[in-house]
Design a protein around this ligand. Structure first.
Ligand SMILES: Nc1ncnc2c1ncn2[C@@H]1O[C@H](COP(=O)(O)OP(=O)(O)OP(=O)(O)O)[C@@H](O)[C@H]1O
Ligand SMILES: [Mg+2]
Length: 230
């Protein structure tokens, strides 16, 4: 590869210690992803997809191996520096969206902006504009408990995109959505790809979604078993 990869994963292993012994969840993953690529991650339940995403996002330390972001090892960053890198660079859509239950939809989406030092009024405008875009204009003041599963997922998507990250890590972002809403969300994400070169890694069980992206990685039993360009 002539151009430096945005993400380079080298010999990544992840093991968990449990009461019933050690579990090997990721085994020797090697991978490069270029800026602007749209990558799907597929594989059966328990294959290690979420663990891989958490590790790429710097949320979980690998047992062995390295993850480089533009040549810089992300696990050399620590504490506040790692938090700042994550907050500035990566938008994360979690498998079980993890919204803050005490805060409204609007406040949940404003949060990354406020943490990033954006003024309250500006954060409010930006967050509400994005919530309008995902079709939640009439639900700004609802707390997550008063939103449907798909609506919560759309709030989580808006929260991940609000700081205009360079890398989107999305763990089944359309899992709870009907096909029309999924298509709309995908169109929004693709628009960010077109206009800002957003790089994305999307875990999905939806073949149609996977085939609409540039590349499909298949993880089975903690190994990368397939890497196909569409
Ligand atoms: N913190 C943990 N401690 C122990 N085992 C874990 C931990 N996190 C994940 N695992 C195990 O690692 C394996 C992979 O989990 P992971 O969540 O990455 O799977 P997945 O591919 O995302 O599956 P799904 O499609 O069901 O979301 C599972 O067998 C799981 O039980
Ligand atoms: Mg998962």
């Amino acid at each position: 590869m002539t151009e430096q990869a945005m993400i380079e994963i080298r010999d990544l292993d992840k093991r968990f210690n449990t009461d019933s012994g050690e579990i090997e969840v990721l085994r020797g993953i090697n991978l490069q992803i270029c800026a602007g690529e749209r990558v799907a991650v597929v594989g059966t339940s328990g294959a290690g997809k979420t663990t891989l995403m958490h590790t790429i996002g710097g949320l979980d330390q690998p047992t062995a191996g390295e993850i480089l972001f533009e040549g810089q090892s992300i696990f050399d960053l620590r504490g506040a520096t790692l938090d700042a890198f994550r907050n500035r660079t990566i938008g994360f859509i979690f498998q079980f969206h993890q919204l803050l239950p005490e805060f409204t939809a609007l406040e949940n989406v404003m949060m990354p902006l406020l943490i990033g030092g954006v003024a309250r009024q500006q954060a409010k405008q930006k967050a509400s504009a994005l919530l309008q875009e995902v079709g939640l204009g009439p639900r700004l003041t609802h707390k997550p408990g008063a939103l449907s599963g798909g609506e919560q997922q759309r709030v989580a998507i808006a929260r991940a995109l609000v700081r205009e990250p360079r890398l989107l890590l999305a763990d089944e972002p359309t899992g709870n959505l009907d096909s029309r809403t999924s298509d709309e969300i995908l169109a929004l994400i693709n628009e960010m790809h077109r206009t800002r070169g957003l790089t994305m890694i999307i875990v999905t069980h939806n073949n149609r979604l996977a085939e609409s992206l540039d590349r499909v990685l298949r993880i089975e039993d903690g190994r990368l078993v397939d890497d196909i360009l569409n």
